[in-house]
Write a protein that binds this ligand. Structure first.
Ligand code: SIN
Length: 322
């Protein structure tokens, strides 16, 4: 039988953005005092041996510690993802990224591009120079998931587990298995390079004009995150409402991380009502690690629910206000 070589090759494009996976330390035993976002993505790939039929291209989009993620990097990343996904010969993409804001970048891409081909973010908890780095295994797994053909959309691979963009959260400061998917659980696991899929991710539904609007701005509408807690006051919200000076844009939205089932301290709720009366959009979520508010607020208004997490909802609200 004749084999069509063109069809049997799967091409995956790997975009580097930095993070600990690209981190470099002075010594192989130093897993803390390293600089993130130094090692080029080409070098991360150079050490891997890809299975026959899998071809990887690479491109350095950014080289940053993800705590310093910016809209400008997201815009450039979105452009490169959209460009490569439109190439018929590209089966999927991998993005190397820091763990600290990985869930926000995954959510951003899920919201604005809602791709049908796989876009697999991956990362590491140990720098590339560590004695036993976790990055090569994660990158190897991510490449295989991107070429697998059974999943689509924005997903995350870390420590042998596959997470959906809407569920994934960084849950640990130190463990190699630093991500969780809450009550939903992971989409699957990667065992010896093989994806064992438990369920499909829910595809994104991008507002058709959203990506164009995101590309056309220098800043997203200003949305701040505030927490309710014991002895909370309204001062922080009132100072956020005060007319900002200089280049600071006016406040457009607030996401409140409520206690438990999304409840908000009465003193804070009063200030949030004042903000709403001044045209600020308020959303209410929970500061609990698991679960979501399941009743309308016992304390403080019928604000829309901030889902799937208050961190992701802050971004969703900013995008909704564009
Ligand atoms: C980062 O988020 O860029 C640094 C931390 C990490 O990747 O684990």
């Amino acid at each position: 039988m004749q084999v069509n070589r063109e069809e049997s090759v799967k091409k995956v494009v790997v975009l580097g953005t930095g993070g600990t996976i690209a981190g470099r330390a002075q010594s192989v035993t130093d897993e803390i005092g390293y600089t993130a976002g130094v090692v080029p993505v080409a070098d991360l790939l150079a050490g891997l041996s890809l299975p026959a039929g899998l071809v990887a291209e690479h491109e350095q989009v950014a080289q940053t510690d993800s705590k310093d993620m910016t809209l400008a990097i997201w815009q450039r990343l979105g452009q490169r993802v959209a460009h490569h996904l439109a190439r018929p010969e590209v089966a999927g993409m991998v993005i190397t990224h820091g763990t600290d804001t990985l869930e926000e970048t995954a959510w951003f891409l899920h919201q604005v591009l809602a791709p049908t081909k796989p876009v697999v973010l991956t990362c590491a908890m140990r720098p590339a120079t560590a004695l036993m780095p976790d990055g090569p295994q994660n990158l190897n797994d991510a490449l295989r998931v991107a070429a697998d053909g059974r999943i689509g959309g924005v997903v995350v691979v870390c420590a042998g587990r596959l997470h959906a963009a809407q569920d994934v959260t960084k849950v640990h400061t130190w463990r190699l298995d630093a991500f969780g998917s809450g009550d939903a659980g992971p989409l699957g696991v990667i065992e010896a390079g093989e994806l064992r899929l438990f369920r499909q991710s829910v595809p994104g539904r991008a507002d058709p004009g959203l990506w164009a609007r995101v590309q056309g701005v220098r800043a997203l509408p200003r949305v701040e995150l505030v927490f309710s807690h014991a002895d909370a006051q309204g001062h922080l919200v009132r100072s956020l409402l005060a007319a900002p000076g200089g280049d600071i844009p006016p406040l457009r939205g607030l996401v409140v991380a409520g206690t438990g089932n999304g409840t908000v301290h009465t003193a804070l709720a009063e200030a949030l009502e004042e903000a709403q009366a001044q045209g600020v959009v308020v959303w209410r979520g929970t500061r609990c690690a698991l679960g979501r508010p399941v009743t309308s607020g016992r304390s403080g208004g019928d604000w829309p629910l901030a889902e799937p997490s208050v961190i992701k909802a802050r971004l969703s609200l900013a995008l909704a206000l564009l």
